[in-house]
Design a protein around this ligand. Sequence first.
Ligand code: MG
Ligand code: MG
Ligand code: MG
Length: 310
Amino acid sequence: MTIFVTGHSNPDTDSVTAAIGLAALLNAQGKDAKACMQSSLENLNPESTVVLERFGLTAPEEMMDVAGKTVALVDFSDIGQAPANITDAEVVTIVDHHKVGDVTTNQPILVRVEPVGCTGTVLNKMYKDAGVAVPKDVAGGMLSAILSDTVNFKSPTCTDDDKAAVAELKVTAGVEDTDSLFMEMLKAKSSVDGVPAKDLLFRDYKDFDMNGKKVGVGQLELATLDQVAAIRDDLLAAAQEVKADGRHTVLLMLTDVVKEGTDLVVVSDDEALIEGAFGAKLDGGTSMWVDGMMSRKKQVVPDLQKAFGC
Ligand code: MG
Ligand code: MG
Ligand code: MG
């Protein structure tokens, strides 16, 4: 019996490297496990591609449907972010750092969810608890994921546990300068040259059910907003197009990692609700600057849930 380990749809670096990391840990414990991802390698986001290359990691196998399979979930537990037919799969493990989602099981399973900045941080603890050394290449992947998810420690989701994990993993991975690793990833992640606006919107995008309304939130982390100045109208048009496909609201977070704030592009049936959610006014009806907004998970989603009465 093979355990297929997968992260969420539109996989980010944490989903990719945590699948690799948990599969490697299960293998070290004598279990048959395989890392998977909900993407082909050629469609994988550029940041994760750089990370896989830099640390010589084998890309997880593409898996979009898990009917009849035994699976472990990393970095999510929402059915909406799962491969097709997740309800016909047997979920045996969940390792995550998000709010607990709506996946259910028939049997008791191993669940390890902690309020930290990254699944990589939780996994690092699991390796220690199991007395298994993190392989060098896997450590590089987990390290990269923590830097990415915590935006190099600047995100409000970052905890002391994440910093401690980075301090350990960088030694194992042989990385001296984590700032330059982060900038290398940011450069890859924020490159927009020649990429269609809709692909940029979906690069790091999640749909949420907000009290029966479908709300999509995408995020582009940028070194400067100048990077998207020339394509703002295209991004707005892409958001409008995605909203027209049965959504109440589509938000695109254009996050300036250096200024530590977000230019939030808003397309919504209820703009006043969105303004109320974030305590800011729409500038020209389509976007607003929200100082300090860095995290979809810790800031945007909870504020939206409150505003939508979830
Ligand atoms: Mg993720
Ligand atoms: Mg994560
Ligand atoms: Mg993320």
